[in-house]
Design a protein around this ligand. Structure first.
Ligand code: PEP
Length: 266
């Protein structure tokens, strides 16, 4: 294992199932997946099923090293918010993580940097680890605005986070043009943005904290490309959509260290 700063951070692989998998389908996944990853104890693994499957998945994960996450939450404590779910509800069902500000939520459900910020603060208040998604569109990348856009999303999204909570944060860099498209950022493209994010975190929270915060890459991660992405200094894991729906492919991603490519030596 190399002794670069990435070795201070425990890898994290999070599955974002989006609006896929009924309860029986989620149960069938776990029947295959849990035995396949039972011996993995050097990677944090998180499953984020649809809201309706949180309770049964939570039961099946009990006693395993795999954690439960939600795909979204409301920033309010409780109230007349039809169709929404609160932080207290998520913790009561066993969630440890919550994805915040996924690009699909920004694109289709009107989430903004300001609403993302409120949700992150609410998540932390409920002791949930927020997986905060940022990333540029193709038009923004083509216009050379990637670092500016991602920088704005990170600074605004993470405004006013209590300093005791900053080390818990997880950021997911997900270029919008790479999500569900089969088009992955190259390791160099991803590393450039991850480093820029870490520099912002260093600016805001200091060197020690910036080195503790995990920054995941998301966007068409597959068993075939995870090892080369994980070999990058500032990539600490993945947020995985399509390839997390099959137990064998998500299992291979979780076990990225067993891949035979030389770049898997992290
Ligand atoms: C995602 O949903 O966050 C994602 C990265 O999807 P995919 O892996 O399918 O690109």
């Amino acid at each position: 294992m190399s002794l670069n700063s990435s070795s201070q951070r425990r890898p994290l692989m999070a599955a974002n199932w989006k609006m896929y998998k009924t309860i029986p389908q989620a149960e069938a996944f776990l029947k295959e997946f849990l035995p396949a990853v039972a011996n993995v104890n050097d990677v944090d693994v998180v499953l984020c099923p649809a809201m309706v499957a949180l309770a049964p998945v939570s039961q099946l994960l009990s006693g395993t090293q795999v954690a439960l996450g939600a795909q979204n939450m409301n920033e309010n404590e409780e109230g007349a918010f039809t169709g929404e779910i609160s932080g207290a509800m998520l913790t009561s069902v066993g969630c440890k993580y919550v994805i915040i500000g996924h690009s699909e939520r920004r694109q289709f459900f009107g989430e903004t940097d300001a609403s993302v910020n409120k949700k992150i603060l609410a998540a932390l208040k409920h002791n949930l680890v927020p997986i905060v998604c940022v990333g540029e569109t193709l038009a923004e990348r083509d216009a050379n605005q990637t670092l500016q856009v991602v920088g704005r999303q990170v600074r605004a999204g993470l405004a006013n986070i209590p300093s005791a909570e900053t080390k818990k944060l997880v950021i997911a860099y997900e270029p919008v043009w790479a999500i569900g498209t089969g088009r992955t950022a190259t390791p160099a493209q991803a590393q450039e943005v991850h480093l820029a994010i870490r520099d912002i975190l260093k600016d805001q929270y200091g060197s020690l904290t910036s080195l503790a915060i995990r920054i995941l890459y998301g966007g068409s991660v597959k068993p075939e490309n995870i090892a080369e992405l994980m070999a990058c200094e500032d990539i600490d894991g993945g947020l995985i959509g399509g390839a997390s729906l099959k137990p064998d492919s998500f299992g291979s991603i979780v076990k990225f260290r067993s891949a035979s490519t030389p770049s898997a030596s992290r």
